[in-house]
Ligand binder design. Sequence first.
Ligand code: ATR
Length: 281
Amino acid sequence: MNVAEIPGDAPLICLVIGDPVAHSLSPLLHNRAYQVTGLSSRYTYTAARVRASDLGAAIHAVRTLGVRGLSVTVPHKCAIVPLLDEVSELASRIGAVNTVVNENGKLRGENTDMSGVIVPLRQRVELRGLRVALLGAGGAARAAAFGLVSEGAKLTIFNRTIESAVKLAKECQAEAAELGSNTQLNQFQVVVNATSVGMTPDSSHAPVADSVWSSGQLVFDLVYTPRETRMLRAAQAAGASVIYGEEMFLHQAAKQFEIFTGVPAPIDEMRSCFNSCRRST
Ligand code: ATR
């Protein structure tokens, strides 16, 4: 679908909903993408703080106002599922929706977090048959786990609370193990951190010891504040290749842009917008 095919009366407002949402970079990123693809006269993107108790009213407003698309963030990703008309198979397996698109009054939920994890990895390695360790078993880890298994990776899920790792591993047919101070990762070619450990303001922490890394590994930290986490610094010092967390954020946003507009996302411009926003904050 190109701009000319978008009906003149189509709803073209998109927004990110969450609580808090004030510091979200999504409006800057999506509006920049509309500009560079020539869509900014048809689409606009903003942010709305929606409290958990107001989610139903917000969805009603989306229908009434004909909002085109939503990016959905904390704390609504699970609670929004029963309020929609349809949920993609992937999002329902993950149990969370981070994207809603309004197709002629029908609200469909999708999950683009999986693309955010898989696309940057796929650009660097063929995941089929690789031994992959996933750290964490929360919301972000669920999207990563289903994506990694569907790519054919041999997945082990490590989590501080072993019960959550076992539960997720059963759902997506992976192995489970406890994440602790003596966790060793040398048998894994790819490691993805989906815990929140290392995120600002606790940036002196890492989910595993600095000594676990070796050259030849590919290490992806989904944490993107700070850009260079302690975990990535240690991995890089040991000669491993690293992927910064901003790639996850960018690729999930790029996929959302494509769902909302039907136009390929201008990923390089989105990346430079993200980096210049980050430098100015
Ligand atoms: P998100 O939606 O960002 O994934 P989440 O669902 O709250 O957030 O999940 C946070 C993940 O980080 C969980 O896997 C959590 O482990 P537990 O299940 O044991 O809570 C992990 N996590 C958070 N703080 C941690 C810490 N200090 N050490 C190890 N794991 C931690």
